[in-house]
Design a protein around this ligand. Structure first.
Ligand code: PHE
Length: 360
């Protein structure tokens, strides 16, 4: 084994030349590890005579301290060098302009759903939901539309597929949001005030019809609800929604199997020069069907028609979005054309609140 001066020379040189942390650690183990050269020498002190030990002991301790210090110094130097490297490699130009992130927009239908939910919530209506694939009982029978009733054909229904030999009536894509009336009555009983916005489906396609569109159902049931309250509620809604005092509504006597009496409501508008405007002009656009809930319908919902009565309406959400925001063609709503979405879409933070006003 080398004598102390040789060991000292060997390790101090090697440590000063160590290129990285691994090399440095290997040197530490070789010198000061359990079986390191210096550790072994220290262990050998026990076999020495007292005089020898007196000389060798302090010399070894001094060497150990010196090597320790050299290891630490080299480690610090290597760490500094590594940091220097990283600072050179990972620099960041904070003066560069930010990369733009294109933000999506809120679809007019979503925007209008938020708006009308806020208005009806203010009048005490909560939101109810139902499935888009509906049984024919909820979509038709419970709403007093008998199997042979022509209204079933009028609705241009999409029927779901049944396996061969399965003769149960097929489910349907709901043709209106009215089945949610039944579900809400069953779930909550009377008295009741709900709206139910959502998608509905009919085989139909032109400038104001698409096979999928949106309705919002309204239902209010109490002991003494009348047609007068229906009229007030709808007028109040239109004033708040369209933000014009002179919205003109036209109630036309009509017929639905699930309401008696029934009325359809049109709104005054103009289509001049391909521009759609409300509150002026000589055209009328039908926006909703309504009436007093038929006793059969209340009974189907588990509500006693001798105790309770109410009104219901079903309004076209896409229609009122077209009217409010002057969008002339309904088909474009569902074509996902980015240019259209950017033009007619809303900023994500442009959420309606009654206090802030509902306009853009
Ligand atoms: N469900 C009817 C439709 O889709 C609208 C309506 C709802 C009429 C509620 C009266 C009462 O045309």
């Amino acid at each position: 084994m080398d004598a102390i001066p040789e060991l000292r020379e060997k390790y101090l040189q090697a440590i000063a030349a160590a290129a990285d942390m691994d090399a440095l650690e290997a040197l530490r183990v070789a010198a000061l590890g359990k079986k390191g050269e210096i550790s072994l020498k220290m262990r050998a002190l026990g076999q020495m005579s007292a005089e020898e030990r007196q000389v060798a002991g302090p010399a070894l301790n001094g060497l150990k301290a010196e090597i320790d210090a050299a290891l630490k110094a080299r480690r610090a130097a290597l760490e500094d060098a590594m940091l220097e490297e990283r600072l050179k490699a990972e620099w960041l130009d904070v003066t560069l302009p930010g990369r733009p992130r294109p933000a999506g927009t809120i679809h007019p239908v979503s925007q209008v759903m938020e708006e009308l939910t806020a208005i009806f919530a203010d009048m005490g209506f909560s939101v109810a939901e139902g499935p888009q694939i509906e049984s024919d009982w909820y979509n038709f029978d419970a709403l007093n539309i008998a199997p042979e009733h022509p209204a079933r054909q009028e609705h241009d229904t999409f029927f779901m597929h049944r396996a061969e030999g399965d003769n149960r009536p097929p489910h349907v894509l709901r043709t209106h949001t009215s089945p949610v009336q039944i579900r809400a009555m069953q779930a909550q009983g009377a008295p009741l005030r709900v709206i139910a916005p959502g998608r509905v489906y009919r085989m139909d396609m032109d400038q104001t019809h698409t096979p999928m569109f949106h309705q919002v159902e309204g239902l209010a049931i109490d002991r003494d609800i009348t047609m007068a309250q229906l009229k007030w509620t709808l007028e109040e809604f239109c004033r708040a929604f369209f933000e014009v005092d002179q919205v003109e509504l036209r109630f036309r006597a009509s017929h639905f199997p699930f309401t008696e009496p029934s009325a359809e409501v049109d709104i005054r508008c103009s289509w001049e020069g391909g521009q759609l405007k409300i509150g002026e002009g000589n055209d009328w656009m039908e926006i909703l069907g309504s009436g007093m809930v038929h006793p059969h319908v209340l009974r189907a919902g588990g509500i006693d028609p001798d105790q309770w009565q109410g009104f219901a309406f079903g309004m076209g959400i896409d229609r009122i979005a077209m009217l409010k925001y002057g969008i002339p063609d309904l088909r474009a709503f569902f074509e996902s054309d980015l240019r259209w979405l950017r033009h007619y879409g809303f900023a994500a933070l442009d959420q309606p609140s009654l206090a802030a006003g509902l306009s853009r």
